[in-house]
Write a protein that binds this ligand. Structure first.
Ligand code: F6R
Length: 615
């Protein structure tokens, strides 16, 4: 978590860095800070709270300089105080650092340095790291063949167990910045006479689209307007420059009150992007450019393990229903954080697929690496071109959803559902799925964007419903078959956006315990729009909770006979392959309106960050 940025050029560094931090704020927003360097003097400003608090402080006391580093924090070590806010300094004030990640062995580094007389002012792991750099710098002999600044950073990082994306400045090197990464993203932006470092390319695409994505264990040494990349083992690395097509304009609110609402409304477009160029009418199938697997290899797969976290994990559950149903391949779904430490049996006919919007979630990345270490091929479904997961996967599928800024995933989720549905079609057609069934599914995809749009048109209706439930203390989401993951996702969205306790259950499971929670202040949201064969059974489960005093909201296909309910949201009739996508939109809008009605910060819910780069 946390976002880091650095700038070296001719312009006022604070302006560039503040703009970068605003764009990185989704990665953490409990405190922020900037340090600039001018005439061998480091200037610093830090503030607890959002970037706007830091901006007010900087307006009152501006800091000069055309190079500097910045940080927006999601606390890991140490509470949210100004002392724990980055940048952190070495005790002698010579080094300043911003850090995204966790130095797991910071306690032993700190103990070692304390014995050398170092004093610490914060509770952070980062302060141990920056002092270690100062320690090595002091010890490093002045040597014509090795750069003392670079060597002190390199030697310190060789001691570190854990994860980092860092940017460091040294008072005695006024036109230099060193960046490095291990499991936390870091990308270099190359402008005209200026260089940028950031956790996310979106923070500098307004200035340049020329980028170099660093790999783990690489350092970049920026000097004036040139840079050199080396590994921790001092090997030179040839920089691979990429043109980023990320649209910064897409990262603006464009008249919407919140990014979450904007992104919910962008879903018809995101679905079109996910489908574009991937449907083959002639052969009634879908195809993907980047799987890097032959047809024979795909046919030989006899088991798929999906791994992800959070909302992306819910997308994996939908994949299980669709791929088993249409391609008849057994699917297992794992939390990446569990899979990475579990000795799951893997064999050459097993395919692992990871799903990650950011492409940087540390547990998903580690699960992928673990499967690869054991010789298993891993495909990735991700929205982030150039992300670590995208680069390290053996093949993959890009979502093309555009930047998702709201911390709660919305358009990325439905786009993931669309891609796993396309994958089910592709794998199904390589096996027994008939051409007629393939054409039926393609027909469903063609209607999808306009059907999604028609549900968005009901936003005001859903807001009115939300107003009736805004004071509830708990909520239960029910669904069966492919609607069960949507129920889980609905509960997750409501929890994170409105802070209402919510649970998702397979509807028939209620009788096995959770029905004891049912009461008027615990309404039930019922997704009765999935597979036809369980429609009536889902409704019976809804009537069971109504009989015990629950108020109910039901999502159902237009004109279906739903019986008694307090509220209803109709969605267009859809094929099983797309109905989970359509059913998601009402739960997203419901969570959004509940959050807003309850006065919550829906784009930046408390305690959360968009990209989870710590375990
Ligand atoms: C919830 C949410 C998170 C993410 C999870 C994985 O709204 O956004 O649960 O889905 O942190 O993130 P990615 O997909 O970036 O790996």
């Amino acid at each position: 978590m946390c976002g880091i940025a650095a700038y070296l050029g001719q312009r006022l560094a604070v302006e560039i860095l503040m703009d970068a931090l605003r764009r990185l704020e989704y990665r953490g927003y409990d405190s922020a800070g900037i340090a600039t360097l001018e005439h061998e003097k480091i200037h610093c400003c830090r503030a607890v709270g959002t970037i706007s608090v830091l901006q007010r402080k900087l307006t009152d006391s501006p800091i000069p300089g055309s190079m500097g580093i910045g940080h927006t924090r999601w606390a890991t070590h140490g509470s949210v105080t100004e002392l724990n806010t980055h940048p952190h300094f070495s005790m002698n004030g010579k080094f300043a650092i911003v850090h995204n990640g966790v130095v797991e062995n910071f306690a032993s580094i700190r103990e070692f340095l304390s014995l050398q007389g170092y004093v610490f002012y914060s509770d952070t792991d980062t302060e141990a790291l920056v002092n270690l750099m100062a320690y090595h710098y002091a010890k490093e002999p002045a040597n014509a063949t090795k750069d003392r600044f670079l060597e002190s950073v390199r030697k310190s990082l060789l001691h570190v167990r854990g994860t980092y994306g860092i940017a460091v400045v040294c008072q005695e090197r006024p036109r230099e910045i060193i960046g490095a990464r291990n499991s936390s993203p870091l990308v270099l932006g190359i402008g005209k006479g200026e260089l940028f470092l950031s956790s996310d390319v979106a923070s500098f695409t307004a200035h340049t689209r020329d980028a170099v994505f660093l790999n783990d264990n690489e350092l970049v040494h920026i000097k004036n307007d040139s840079f050199a990349i080396t590994t921790l083992d001092r090997e030179e690395v040839e920089a691979v420059r990429q043109q980023v097509d990320w649209d910064t304009v897409a990262a603006e609110l464009n008249g919407y009150p919140h990014f979450m609402l904007k992104e919910i409304f962008e879903q018809p477009q995101a679905l079109e992007n996910a489908l574009r160029g991937r449907i083959e009418n002639e052969t009634a199938t879908a195809h993907f450019g980047g799987l890097q697997m032959t047809t024979d290899e795909l046919r030989s797969i006899n088991r798929i393990i999906f791994c992800a976290c959070g909302t992306a994990w819910c997308a994996c559950l939908v994949a299980e229903y669709l791929i088993e149903r249409f391609a008849r391949i057994p699917v297992e779904v794992e939390y990446a954080s569990e899979f990475r430490y579990r000795n799951a049996p893997l064999d050459p006919k097993t395919l692992v697929i990871v799903i990650s919007q950011s492409g940087e979630t540390v547990d998903t990345l580690a699960a992928m690496r673990e499967a690869q270490r054991r010789g298993t091929r891993v495909l990735a479904i991700t929205n982030s071109v150039g992300s670590t997961i995208a680069r390290e996967a053996n093949g993959g599928i890009y979502q093309h959803s555009g930047p998702e800024i709201g911390v709660a995933s919305t358009k990325a989720f439905t786009s993931q559902l669309c891609i796993v549905a396309l994958l089910a079609l592709h794998l199904g057609r390589l096996r027994d799925l008939s051409e007629a069934e393939g054409m039926e599914i393609i027909g469903a995809f063609k209607q999808l964007p306009s059907q999604a749009k028609s549900i968005l048109d009901q936003s005001a209706h859903i807001q009115t419903i939300a107003a009736r439930y805004q004071n509830c203390s708990d909520m239960i989401f029910l669904g069966r078959q492919s609607m069960f993951p949507v129920a889980l996702e609905g509960a997750l969205k409501l929890k994170e956006i409105s802070y209402i306790h919510a649970e998702g259950y397979p509807a028939a499971e209620m009788k096995h315990g959770p029905i004891a929670l049912v009461a008027p202040q615990c309404p039930v949201f019922c997704l009765a729009c999935g597979e036809e064969n369980i429609f009536e059974k889902t409704l019976s489960n809804m009537q069971e909770v109504r009989a015990r005093g629950a108020r109910t909201i039901v999502v159902a296909r237009e004109d279906s006979p739903i019986g008694a309910t307090d509220d209803v949201i109709w969605i267009p009739p859809a094929h099983a392959v797309t109905s989970s996508i359509l059913a998601t939109i009402p739960v997203q809008l419901f969570a959004y309106h509940m959050g807003v009605l309850r006065g919550c910060n829906v784009d930046k819910p408390r305690h959360l960050a968009k990209s989870v780069t710590v375990e």
